[in-house]
Design a protein around this ligand. Structure first.
Ligand SMILES: [Zn+2]
Length: 402
């Protein structure tokens, strides 16, 4: 058992000063301050009135390492548990992404299991960005989601059957619809969301338009899809605003910004503001890192980019801080974009909220929203900036990647 005392609780809705009782990795109770242990042996942590919020739920990360578009040396290394903990991410959803040639679903599921052993709540999606049909572990999307505990959905899949850089002839949208239905049916069987994470070719004319047709023609719920990094271009932002107004999730990529070599992207905080102004409900907006990915850097005035653009996990937290620094939202609303909204979109009902019965994934934030301490499944993962949990190979990780 553990008691976290004097927490300025943001669940993410503000609940005032509270003591949080944790038992067997779950939140057992939330009390007025001054709760007594009745003689039970109990670890105590005093938050001293600091903000305590749910651990971040990152719905898009390349846990095996993304990249590979610039030679074998551009394949990013595997993500380490400490990178997640330091970034305040206590739940992560991994996916293969671009390179499903040198990496596969067996490796992804193995890595997901490894992160769980290291104390982080990890999940993954079946599939890859550029292949139609997508690679799977068991041979089918349905059986992957139905029978593999770690796999909770499908993605990221490009709408275009021709891949990332090309508009679809139309067969791509058809395939995405079929993959989405496979996820939907398997998800019902296994009580998972079975949702589909979408990748769209952002620089071409169609952007999300084929997906409006998919939703209209098939009746698949719009909330079954998560269009990823919608702030990549203005055209994508426009379509995403319409998608969000219709009740769909819109996912802002924390690493897509002019400050991170994406000249045509909108700064995540600015994207958040623009989506709100365009009439998208704050409860529809998600932010993810696309972290540990390493797409080719977009170089100005050059056709052939030569350097990988590494995407740090920490920029998820930075995007949140930026929204707050710029006064775009109140803290509970901004927090929802990296906690409760994400948990709802991905069907992780135990995550993203601090309430009795939920998993005890908590962050303690200082006055400037710096991440002071992290608890993952009730275990101390970082205390006052000092890591308490590491993966087996974390000690040899280069600092600049964290
Ligand atoms: Zn990605």
């Amino acid at each position: 058992m553990k008691i976290i005392r004097n927490a300025n609780l943001h669940a993410p809705e503000p609940l005032g000063l509270r003591d949080i009782v944790v038992c067997s990795g779950k939140i057992a109770a939330i009390h007025q301050c001054g709760v007594t242990t009745g003689g039970l042996e109990c670890d105590e942590y005093d938050a001293g009135g600091d903000i305590v919020c749910p651990g971040f739920v990152d719905n898009h990360a390349h846990v095996l390492g993304g990249g590979g578009g610039l030679g074998f040396s551009s394949r990013a290394p595997e993500l380490q548990a400490s990178q997640l903990i330091k970034a305040g991410i206590t739940s992560v959803i991994g996916m293969l992404g671009f390179d499903a040639t040198s990496k596969n679903m067996a490796a992804l599921v193995s890595k997901t299991k490894a992160l769980r052993e290291d104390g982080v709540s990890a999940y993954c999606l079946t599939g890859a960005t550029l292949e139609h049909p997508v690679p799977t572990l068991t041979g089918m999307i349905r059986t992957d989601i139905a029978f593999v505990d770690e796999i909770i959905g499908v993605g990221e899949i490009s709408i275009s059957e021709l891949g990332y850089g090309y508009d679809s002839f139309g067969a791509g949208a058809q395939y995405v619809a079929e993959a989405a239905v496979a996820g939907l049916l398997a998800g019902r069987l296994s009580r998972k969301a079975g949702y589909l994470c979408l990748q769209v070719p952002p620089y071409l004319s169609q952007v999300l338009k084929p997906m409006f047709q998919v939703v209209e023609k098939t009746g698949i719920p719009i909330t079954h899809f998560i269009p990823s990094h919608v702030n990549q271009t203005d055209g994508y932002m426009e379509d995403a605003a319409e998608w969000g107004r219709r009740g769909g999730w819109v996912d802002i990529g924390a690493n897509y910004s002019p400050e991170n070599n994406y000249a045509r992207a909108t700064l995540p905080s600015e994207a958040y503001r623009r989506l709100l102004e365009a009439g998208v409900g704050a409860d529809r907006i998600l932010i993810s890192s696309d972290g540990n990915g390493a797409p080719p850097k977009e170089e100005k005035g050059e056709n052939k980019p030569r350097v990988a653009n590494y995407m740090p996990m920490r920029n998820l937290h930075r995007a949140l801080c930026r929204i707050m620094d710029e006064g775009i939202a109140e803290l509970p609303q901004a927090l929802a974009a990296v906690t409760s909204n994400v948990a709802r979109a991905t069907g992780l009902t135990q995550k993203g909220r601090l309430a009795p019965g939920c998993d005890a994934d908590l962050l303690v934030l200082d006055r400037n929203l710096g991440i002071r301490s992290v608890f993952a499944m009730g275990q101390a993962a970082m205390i006052d900036g000092e890591l308490r949990r590491r993966g087996m190979f974390d000690r040899i990780l280069l600092d600049e990647l964290s």
